[in-house]
Ligand binder design. Structure first.
Ligand code: 3HC
Length: 311
C-alpha cells in the first residue's frame, strides 16, 4: 500500500540510491524533477543562440570548427535532458510550449548579448565553468535518468571550459586591443555568471525540499562559493581582473569573500526583462514553427512504418 511505497522511496533516498522512472514517487518529487530537468534542457537549447551568433564571424577555421562543435554539443545536452524529462510522463511538445509561453524558465545567463568575439571565450571559461560546478554534483542526483545524462554532459562541459580558457589565453598573449577586449568581456559576464547558481539559500523556495530528496546535493551558495574559489586563480593566471573590489581571500574561512550580487537585476532577468529575453524566446518559437513540417513528416513516416509492420 502507499505507506509501504513511501517507506521504500524514503529508504532509497536515505541510502543515496537511485529512483528510476518505474518506481513509485511522490507527485511533488515528480513535479519538481520535471520543473528542474525541463528548465535545464531549455537552458541548453537557448544557450545555443548567444554563441551561435559568432559561428559565421569566427576569426579562423579552427575557431569556427571548435565553436560549431560546442554549439552542437549544447543541442545534444538539451536532447538528453528532454529525454530524461519524458521518462516522467511529459511530452517535448508540451515542454516547448511551456518554454515559449514563459510558464517554464531557462538560465538567466543566456539573456545577455554576445557583443564581442572574446565573449565566446568568456562563456566557455565562466559560464561553462559555472555549469561544471553546478552539474558535477548532479551526476549523483537521486533520479536515475537525470544523473546518468549528467555524466556524459559533464565530460563535454570540460572540453567547453578548456577551449574557452585557451581562446582567452591566446588573446591575452596578443595585442593590447585583444587584452582590452577580454577584460571588457569578463567585466560583462562575471556577475551574471554568479547569478547562474540561483538566489541566496535563504531566498530559495526549492532548495530545502530538493536537498531532502537528494535532487540537489549542495545548496546554491555552496556551489557559487566553490565556483568563485576555483575561478580566482584562473583569472590571475589569465591576467584579467574580476570586476569585484570586495573579492579577497579570507584566511579564516579558507574561501574568498566577494561583493553583493544585484538580486534586483537577477529577478528582473529571471522575470523576463533582461537584455535579450524577448529575442531569445522569439528565435526559439520561430525555430519550433519552422520545424513543424519536419516533425509532422517524421510522425507520418513512422506511422506508415508501423502499419506496414502490423498489416
Ligand atoms: N536563471 C533562471 N531561473 C533561475 C535561475 C537562473 N540562473 N536560478 C534560479 N532560478 C529560478 C528557479 O528555477 C526557481 O524558479 P521555479 O521554481 O519556477 O523553477 C526560482 O528561480 C527559485 O530558485 P531556486 O533556487 O528555489 O530553484 P532551484 O532549487 O531549482 O535551483 C538551479 C536553481 C540551481 C538553477 C537548479 O534548478 C539547478 O541546479 N538546475 C540544473 C542546472 C541548470 O539548470 N543549469 C543551467 C545552467 S546553463 C547550462 O547548464 C548550459 C551549459 O552548457 C552552459
Amino acid at each position: 500500500d502507499t505507506a509501504d511505497l513511501e517507506a521504500h522511496f524514503e529508504a532509497t533516498i536515505a541510502d543515496k540510491d537511485r529512483i528510476e522512472p518505474r518506481d513509485w514517487m511522490p507527485e511533488k518529487y515528480r513535479r519538481t524533477l520535471v520543473r528542474q530537468i525541463a528548465q535545464h534542457a531549455h537552458s541548453e537549447i537557448i544557450g545555443m543562440q548567444p554563441e551561435g551568433n559568432w559561428i559565421s564571424r569566427a576569426p579562423s577555421l579552427r575557431r569556427k570548427a571548435i565553436l560549431l562543435a560546442k554549439v552542437q554539443d549544447e543541442a545534444g545536452h538539451g536532447l538528453y535532458l528532454y529525454s530524461a524529462t519524458e521518462t516522467l510522463g511529459v511530452t517535448r511538445d508540451d515542454l516547448t510550449e511551456r518554454l515559449i509561453s514563459g510558464a517554464q524558465k531557462y538560465s538567466s545567463i543566456f539573456n545577455y548579448p554576445t557583443l564581442s568575439y572574446a565573449d565566446v571565450g568568456t562563456i566557455g571559461w565562466l559560464v561553462d565553468g559555472a555549469a561544471i560546478c553546478n552539474q558535477v554534483p548532479l551526476c549523483r542526483t537521486s533520479f536515475g535518468p537525470y544523473g546518468r545524462a549528467m555524466i556524459r554532459i559533464c565530460k563535454e562541459e570540460s572540453f567547453h571550459q578548456r577551449q574557452g580558457y585557451e581562446l582567452l589565453m591566446t588573446m591575452m598573449r596578443g595585442t593590447d586591443e585583444q587584452r582590452a577586449m577580454v577584460q571588457e568581456s569578463v567585466d560583462r559576464f562575471w556577475w551574471p555568471s554568479l547569478m547562474m547558481f540561483g538566489p541566496p539559500d535563504d531566498a530559495s523556495p526549492n532548495t530545502a525540499r530538493s536537498m531532502a530528496w537528494g535532487i540537489k546535493t549542495h545548496t546554491n551558495d555552496e556551489l557559487r562559493q566553490r565556483f568563485v574559489d576555483m575561478t580566482v586563480p584562473q583569472a590571475e593566471a589569465l591576467g584579467v581582473t574580476l570586476p569585484d573590489p570586495e573579492l579577497a581571500w579570507n584566511e579564516e574561512r579558507q574561501a574568498h569573500d566577494f561583493g553583493e550580487i544585484d538580486w534586483d537585476e537577477f529577478w528582473r532577468v529571471v522575470g523576463g526583462d533582461g537584455p535579450c529575453n524577448t529575442q531569445r524566446v522569439a528565435h526559439r518559437k520561430q525555430a519550433w514553427d519552422d520545424g513543424a513540417w519536419v516533425r509532422e513528416a517524421a510522425t507520418a513516416f513512422a506511422r506508415k512504418q508501423e502499419s506496414a509492420v502490423t498489416d
